[in-house]
Design a protein around this ligand. Structure first.
Ligand code: NDP
Length: 333
């Protein structure tokens, strides 16, 4: 079976040569473990940080070892109580065709309740990030005007729709193509959206939010954060979720030049890690499942076919090739 190894630490933008797809034997599951045939694995922006050899909230990938990350698949051999051949599971050993997983680190899922892919997306880690980041971290309340960057992505597309469903006065999104901008206003019910590549973010945001914003959900950093600080009303709150605009930077990036506005406007800029919000999961699954069933909440996935295209999928994610959750399908195998 094949698995992806990191073989060199990228400087700036990762290159295909930094990775290798290697053939390895498929192990029988050890005591308390299961063997899973992966059907989908996730590629996520945070993985870029794990390619650097620096201490962070997620440990760095080791060189010449398999990379890992979220995956869903089917149990093909079990040496653990409570797991049988044919069970579907969510686990953390992605980037490979077969995963030998400690059963305690696998969670059963059910593709008859929701499509298998959604456990990596709208009902999984990115969905919970949106839900917790908006409702807990940003203390969203009805009537708030909400701005979200990366708004056509896995997290951002959910943030904007969740804000609308809970009674935001106005929802504004930014994304990197006209097609994505259209999706936001025509399908996802955003009140306004703009293409950040087409003009200064600050000006476009002012135009889209003439009465200012109360919540900013930051997936991007850089000029987006600076623009949000300028557009904030007093007591505005930002969830600092991601700063993808600087993940490939080789030099320190400038801070928002208008940071002093935080004082007079009494702003709150709050970082978040989704792992802190597991207690919210049952409520998240209940409410989001309801919205999905009623059709009020929509989502998209961009599925790249074939383990051999895993790195292409990851590089494409960093470039914005995806709409909604970026996934790699192994089902053709
Ligand atoms: P997305 O599905 O949003 O994919 C990434 C998107 O980022 C691309 O589609 C691209 O869209 C956009 N992008 C890339 N470069 C830039 C740039 N220079 N400026 C603006 N946009 C850019 O990924 P996720 O939804 O999985 O993640 C979104 C953010 O949330 C990331 O920053 C990620 O690190 C963070 N995150 C944080 C978590 C936490 O616990 N703190 C948990 C999960 C995610 P476009 O075409 O619009 O440019």
């Amino acid at each position: 079976a094949r698995e992806w190894h990191l073989i060199a630490r990228p400087q700036g933008w990762p290159k295909p040569e930094d990775f290798a797809l290697r053939e390895v034997p498929v192990a029988e599951p050890g005591e308390g473990r299961i063997l899973v045939r992966n059907r989908y694995f996730s590629v996520d922006p945070y993985m870029r940080g794990r390619m650097n050899d620096v201490k962070s909230y997620a440990p760095p990938f080791e060189l010449d070892r398999p990379m890992d990350g979220g995956a869903v698949g089917e149990v093909v051999a079990s040496n653990a109580e409570g797991f049988a051949v044919g069970d579907e599971v969510l686990h953390r050993l992605g980037w490979r065709e077969y995963a030998e997983v400690e059963a305690a680190h696998a969670a059963k899922v059910d593709s008859s309740v929701a499509p298998l892919t959604t456990y990596l997306g709208v009902l999984g880690m990115p969905g919970l990030t949106a839900y917790a980041g908006l409702f807990e971290v940003a203390s969203f309340k009805e009537g708030d005007a909400v701005f979200v960057s990366g708004a056509a992505g896995a997290v951002g597309s959910q943030v904007g729709q969740m804000a609308r469903l809970r009674g935001a006065s106005r929802v504004i999104g930014s994304a990197g193509s006209d097609e994505k901008v259209r999706l936001l206003t025509e399908e996802y019910g955003f009140d306004a959206a703009f293409n950040y590549k087409k003009g200064p973010v600050a000006e476009q945001l002012k135009e889209a939010a003439p009465d200012g914003i109360d919540v900013y959900f930051d997936n991007v950093g850089g000029d987006h954060l600076e623009a949000a600080i300028s557009s904030f009303n007093v007591h505005g709150r930002a969830t600092i979720c991601g700063m993808i605009a600087q993940y490939n930077a080789t030099e320190p990036t400038p801070a928002p030049r208008n940071l002093a506005l935080v004082i007079g406007k009494r702003l709150r800029l709050q970082g978040m890690l989704v792992a802190d919000h597991n207690a919210l999961r049952p409520e998240f699954v209940r409410e989001v499942s309801g919205w999905l069933r009623s059709g009020e909440l929509k989502y998209q996935e961009t599925v790249v076919e074939g383990v051999e295209r895993g790195v292409d999928a990851f590089l494409g994610l960093l470039r914005g090739d995806n709409t909604g959750k970026m996934l790699v399908s192994l089902d053709g195998a």
